[in-house]
Unconditional design. Structure first.
Length: 178
């Protein structure tokens, strides 16, 4: 009986989320990302710190992402269903993955990976929870502080994987302010 009640409750919660998303769309408000899976296996939401607003390069730019500290080799998981659109090696980000969500409205960016999951390819469909790579310290991450740099951005109409409006991932990963 308890299980049935839980299912019913979850069902109504999803319905409410859909209704509010529809209302936001109707009002012309920008879409919000869904609740996402925490992208590092073994890390819980209570361990997250909100580093979105941190300065980088002496205040020249904002961080606009979360740094999730984890040991090298910890599996990195897709936060949502979707598609791998770009596997990119960059100076600051090192080994990186760009994923689009199923609607093509949001891009998820995973950086400083040690390596990709075996066989990961551009164009590949992934499910929420798929292993896409492993935590590392490539790019400009400190060698003694491996972590996943995770960002979300809202894509423009051109759906360019490299640009969009940054969205703070913290609340969507279940982070709670201290
Ligand atoms: Zn970072």
């Amino acid at each position: 009986m308890a299980a049935l009640l839980c299912l019913a409750w979850a069902g109504s919660a999803f319905a409410a989320a859909d209704a509010s998303a529809a209302a936001a769309a109707a009002a012309g408000a920008p879409a919000e990302p869904p609740a996402l899976l925490l992208p590092v296996q073994g890390v819980s939401a209570s361990q997250l710190r909100d580093t979105f607003g941190d300065d980088r390069d002496g205040g020249q730019r904002g961080h606009e992402a979360l740094d999730i500290m984890a040991p090298t080799g910890a599996p990195v998981l897709a936060v949502d269903d979707g598609r791998i659109v770009k596997l990119f090696l960059s100076q600051p980000g090192g080994i990186t993955v760009y994923q689009f969500d199923p609607t093509g409205r949001f891009a998820y960016y995973y950086a400083h990976l040690d390596r990709y999951a075996d066989g990961l390819a551009e164009g590949q469909a992934v499910r929420r929870g798929s292993v896409i790579g492993y935590v590392g310290a490539t790019g400009n991450a400190r060698a003694d502080a491996p972590h996943l740099h995770f960002a979300i951005f809202r894509l423009g109409p051109e759906k360019q994987w490299w640009k969009g409006e940054p969205v703070n991932p913290f609340p969507y990963l279940g982070g709670k302010p201290p």
